[in-house]
Design a protein around this ligand. Structure first.
Ligand code: ADP
Ligand code: MG
Length: 618
């Protein structure tokens, strides 16, 4: 079955193995003896498939296995090492079952006698117990070949005898290849002995030809999430370091998420404020040829189904505000009105009726509250107010009557009038002809359900001699632009933070692996392929990111609500609340995964290049 053909191994031009040819039997103990440094361990590593740097052929059932050593190891080979090579950060049970993690298709039915060790901690085990564990682990994987490099090297003679008894028992079912310098013990138990000197075989002694006994039946069962379990154990084996990584990553992710959330929220708040100052959904327009607008045109515009109201501003008449006294204009008694053109069709009334006459007006709730001071709102209904208009140097009043109060508060003080009401009323006071006015600026209120830019497009088509503009949109655009600039700068800083913490993770994971390289090599001896090891390493870093994300999500949501509490208490402003933005979370978290993959390249390359034989020597 197992055969070595012309095996040559060099270390820096020094021949350590020179043309080794051995045909092994199917079972029994085959021992390799020789003085220290003659190449026994080197040969065993080649047989075990953990050293691929040799010349010659390693044949299993007449097929070369050199190109698929991981597979060969997993299917055929098991080890017992002189230094036991147990993994201290795994539990006793996991150590014993290590081969099972990497070839989950077979599991022994026979229960290994672990009872007294089951609950012990790895670091508390005595030498004898470790020896037993190493033996049990090799037993757990029913391989065809069991390789033992000086298995009695660290034991006293009583223990050595025990181990040899066990190996003798093993050798009934499989081939045991034993490297030892204890000639007496070897001669007592071996079926075949090869003696080596200076990398060559100098003698071969055949003592028995043992018959192979069939081994006990195997049943199938699977260890679920084996890579995940190993990576979690690894993560927990350096808790404080893992915690620091999680903390660092959590902070930097929070930085970036908060930067984005706060700036987005602030931008929205500013834009909302801009739209509260200017009538929302409105379009301003003017003639390009400096001709005046006319009431006819305004009425034509009002007929569009997408337009609620259109109004024009008389050029030389300035609205100064309203007051309760009509004798004489007094600035101190006059309430400045910020908006006197908004439509009221969709607005419900708190009290009173809608206007029927040009002189009848509505006031907004906030304006009404200001006007009536502490009195009942109803007292305002029917009251006369004077609207003051300045034309050239003359200030004259229009007599209005409040007939209703809307149920809406407005940022600016607002009155609502019928279409062109003020123009008709002014024409009486100042005595001008309404068909012959000069008005270069107008305003259009768009229906809630219509798209403002589409309406502008249509109007531009229908009235090519006018210019139409969405009110407030350029200010909102300016705010967006400025906020974007601020955001980019903040993002660069946050991105650097997240990048540096990810590099930190890459670095720490790299150190972890360098520290654990021997454990990884042990895993390889028990069936792990390089790909298995890479998966374990990658999973560990993904677990760190995942943990950091869980913590930062919790912190994020809590901080947002804390912030909102502070805002509402300090600013006494309930209308401004920060909203948690899950889109931002998802984007940032996805980005973190992309970056973690990049940061894992050095550790993964290290795993790829890991020399199992050298790693085991450490
Ligand atoms: P043994 O197990 O018989 O004591 P080894 O197989 O460990 O001997 O080593 C055989 C020879 O190879 C020794 O001379 C040793 O110095 C040399 N050797 C082993 N490993 C290395 C290495 N990584 N680099 C260079 N020389 C090595
Ligand atoms: Mg050796």
């Amino acid at each position: 079955m197992l055969e070595l053909k012309h095996i040559v191994k060099r270390y820096d031009y020094q021949k350590v193995l020179d043309d080794i040819n051995i045909v092994f039997p199917e079972c029994g103990i085959v021992s390799i003896i020789g003085p220290s440094g003659c190449g026994k361990s080197t040969l065993l590593n080649i047989i075990g498939g953990i050293d691929d740097d040799f010349q010659g052929e390693l044949l299993m059932n007449d097929k070369s296995v050199k190109t698929h050593l991981a597979d060969y190891r997993r299917k055929h080979v098991s080890f017992i090492f002189q230094q036991f090579h147990l993994i201290m950060w795994l539990s006793v049970k996991e150590n014993v079952a290590l081969p099972q993690f990497f070839h989950p298709q077979e599991k022994q039915q026979i229960l290994l006698d672990l009872d007294d060790l089951q609950r012990a901690k790895m670091k508390d085990l005595s030498l004898g117990q470790r020896q037993r564990l190493a033996y049990l682990r090799s037993r757990y994987h029913l391989s065809d070949i069991l390789l033992c490099d000086e298995p009695t090297g660290s034991l006293d003679s009583d223990h050595s005898e025990q181990v040899m008894q066990l190996l003798k028992e093993e050798s009934k079912h499989r081939l045991v290849i034993l490297v030892s310098h204890d000639k007496e013990l070897v001669e007592k138990y071996s079926d075949e002995i090869y003696e080596m000197k200076d990398g060559c075989i100098i003698s071969h002694q055949l003592i028995h030809m043992p018959m192979k006994h069939m081994d006990k039946a195997k049943t199938t069962s699977k260890i679920h999430f084996s890579h995940l379990r190993l990576s979690l154990s690894s993560l927990l084996s350096h808790k404080s370091r893992s915690f620091q990584l999680v903390f660092g990553l959590c902070v930097s992710m929070l930085c970036i998420v908060f930067t984005l959330t706060l700036s987005t929220n602030l931008e929205q708040e500013l834009i909302n404020y801009v739209y509260s100052l200017v009538p929302a959904a409105s379009i301003s327009f003017q003639t390009s040829s400096h001709e005046s607008l006319t009431i006819d045109i305004i009425d034509q515009l009002s007929d569009y189904s997408s337009i609620v109201k259109a109004e024009m501003y008389l050029d030389d008449y300035e609205f100064l505000g309203i007051s309760f006294t009509g004798e004489r204009y007094q600035e101190s008694n006059t309430l400045f009105i910020g908006d006197d053109t908004s439509p009221y069709d969709d607005i419900q009334l708190e009290v009173g009726n809608y206007p029927n006459q040009n002189y009848e007006i509505l006031v907004s709730l906030s304006t009404a509250k200001y006007l009536c001071q502490d009195n009942d709102l109803k007292d305002l209904i029917g009251k006369k107010v004077y609207g003051w208009y300045q034309h050239e140097l003359k200030v004259e009043a229009i007599e209005y009557k409040i007939v209703g109060i809307t149920n809406q508060s407005t940022t600016l003080d607002t009155i609502y009038t019928m279409n062109h009401a003020y123009i008709y009323l002014l024409s009486d006071v100042y005595d001008f002809d309404i068909d012959n006015v000069s008005a270069s600026l107008g305003i259009i209120y768009v229906n809630k359900d219509s798209d403002r830019s589409k309406v502008v497009e249509q109007l531009e088509n229908d009235y090519p001699s006018f210019q139409f503009k969405e009110v407030g949109s350029s200010t909102a655009q300016n705010i967006s632009d400025t906020m974007n600039q601020v955001r980019i700068i903040l993002l660069i800083f946050s991105f650097l933070a997240i990048l540096s913490s990810l590099f930190l993770i890459g670095e720490v994971m790299f150190l972890n692996i360098v520290q654990k390289k021997k454990d990884l090599a042990i895993m390889k001896c028990f069936g792990a392929s390089t790909f298995d090891i890479m998966r374990i390493v990658l999973y560990e870093s993904l677990e760190i990111v995942l943990l950091a994300q869980v913590f930062s999500t919790i912190l994020y949501l809590n901080c947002i609500s804390l912030l909102n509490n502070i805002v509402s208490e300090v600013l006494l402003n309930d209308s401004f609340t920060f909203q948690a933005d899950f889109r931002i979370l998802i984007i940032v978290y996805a980005l973190a995964y992309v970056l973690i993959f990049i940061s894992q390249i050095p550790p993964l390359l290290y795993v790829l290049r890991l020399n199992t034989v050298n790693a085991l020597k450490d």
